[in-house]
Design a protein around this ligand. Structure first.
Ligand SMILES: [Zn+2]
Length: 232
């Protein structure tokens, strides 16, 4: 195994373990991948508990066609979804998919998460959108078509990977992404918090949404042209 693959396989294992540590993953229901370069990414093996991943055999996937080019393990069944996302959005470096409880509850309602507060708008510019369901004739390439479902949703809403760092796939669960190795898992954690608090807000039957100007302000101070959050 080349040294290059080894460090990315190690990173991939680390990110999958982080999901477990953040209690966003149950059993083997989750997967994180990390991009190696413009041609390849490393992804969690299918059905393997993250701590037990043998990094020497971690699957390496070619972005162009989704072919496994290295590793004895079978890759995550969701690999084609990751492949379509990397192929479409060259800027992203990591992708995380979970079945975390509250985000999955929203997935099961088929409803987007409205912007109820600033924790949400600090990271998502608008609602956290939910996809439609795949049609019966799309089942043959289920995971690949799930990728296209996400891509088309972003296009339709005129969102990009910065204003929308993750979506919820209807009836299934969330996919998040980011421009560093850590960020996909971080967004998964944030999305779970947003999902939980939005759930409670709806339980409390609040009628007001966060005013749009406050929502915009919160997003812009972190990611806008004149951002000033954090250290220089
Ligand atoms: Zn899943």
């Amino acid at each position: 195994m080349s040294k290059k693959y080894k460090s990315y396989s190690q990173e991939c294992k680390k990110q999958n373990i982080r999901l477990v540590e953040k209690e966003l993953s149950i059993q083997t229901f989750s997967n994180v991948s990390v991009k190696i370069d413009k041609n390849y990414f490393a992804i969690k093996p299918s059905g393997v508990v993250p701590k037990k991943i043998d990094i020497k055999e971690c699957p390496i996937i070619r972005i162009k066609d989704g072919k496994k080019v290295y590793g004895k393990y079978r890759p995550s069944t969701d690999t084609p979804t990751h492949q379509i996302l990397y192929k479409t959005f060259s800027e992203i470096k990591s992708i995380s998919h979970t079945h975390s409880k509250y985000a999955t509850a929203w997935a099961q309602t088929g409803k987007s998460i409205p912007v109820y507060g600033t924790t949400h708008s600090d990271y998502w510019y608008g609602k956290v959108p939910v996809t439609s369901y795949l049609k019966k004739q799309q089942l043959k390439e289920y995971e690949k078509n799930t990728g296209y479902l996400i891509v088309n949703l972003l296009k339709k809403l005129k969102y990009n990977t910065t204003t929308c760092p993750g979506v919820i796939v209807a009836g299934h669960g969330p996919f998040c992404w980011g421009k560093t190795f850590d960020s996909a898992v971080n967004y998964s954690e944030m999305l779970e918090f947003i999902s939980e608090t939005a759930y409670y807000s709806e339980q409390l039957k609040i009628k007001n949404k966060l005013p749009a100007h406050i929502s915009k302000k919160h997003f812009d101070r972190k990611f806008g042209k004149k951002k000033y959050y954090g250290q220089r």
